[in-house]
Write a protein that binds this ligand. Structure first.
Ligand SMILES: [Zn+2]
Length: 216
């Protein structure tokens, strides 16, 4: 796999500290599965985090601190898995996503979103949304900006936008300042995993028309 686009440092630090929303953490784990370069960077981020922790002065806890943590753990709700039938076939998915979906990309119950665009909401806990997007050749996603951060991992096919060409294994790590319009640039569907920590804001007329249906 020839990976040329990676996470920025802030995303890897947030992953190392466990502060990413569930969907973004899943996406980072998937890229790490494929990318030795980011695994090395993560190891360095964890070493820095550990060194910082070692410098923090210890502080005393309340007498009931352990009990209150245990009580909070009991309150954690179970996360429902999407209703997807398990199929035992070869997979082209990174292990963390295959483990979650229990099937491969060709056996998923894709739902139509609009012309040439299908999706599956992974129904992970928020904030933001985590979904798979399948975009047909030549189709472009409406111009949009981001209220928060958006991570995209290309699982199959490729697209081109203002930042270059992204193919399987690459990640796009975008913050709220960025406005882009990806277009699928081969004769193969492009399938991406997309995780946000806030809703997307579409711009332009086309964007405003599809926003209520996409709700990304
Ligand atoms: Zn990487």
């Amino acid at each position: 796999m020839n990976i040329s686009h990676h996470f920025d440092d802030a995303t890897l630090m947030a992953y190392a500290s466990g502060s990413l929303p569930q969907g973004m953490a899943l996406l980072v784990a998937c890229h790490l599965h494929w990318c030795p370069h980011c695994r090395q960077r993560l190891a360095e981020a964890e070493a820095i985090g550990g060194a910082l922790l070692a410098q923090i002065e210890p502080m005393s806890l309340k007498a009931d601190a352990l009990k209150s943590v245990m009580d909070r753990l009991d309150l954690e709700e179970e996360i429902p898995l999407p209703q997807i039938r398990p199929v035992q076939t070869a997979t082209d998915l990174p292990a963390p996503l295959h483990h979650y979906l229990q099937t491969n990309l060709d056996h998923l119950p894709w739902k139509r979103l609009g012309y040439g665009v299908h999706h599956i909401d992974l129904n992970l806990k928020g904030p933001g949304a985590t979904r798979l997007l399948k975009i047909a050749p030549g189709v472009s996603v409406p111009h949009h900006t981001h209220a928060g951060n958006e991570l995209t991992l290309i699982l199959r096919g490729s697209y081109t936008d203002e930042f270059g060409r992204f193919s399987a294994g690459d990640v796009a790590d975008l913050d709220g300042e960025v406005k882009h319009q990806p277009i699928v640039d081969t004769d193969q569907d492009c399938i991406c995993l997309i995780a946000t920590d806030a809703p997307l804001k579409f711009t332009g007329l086309m964007g405003r028309l599809v926003q209520p249906f996409i709700g990304l």
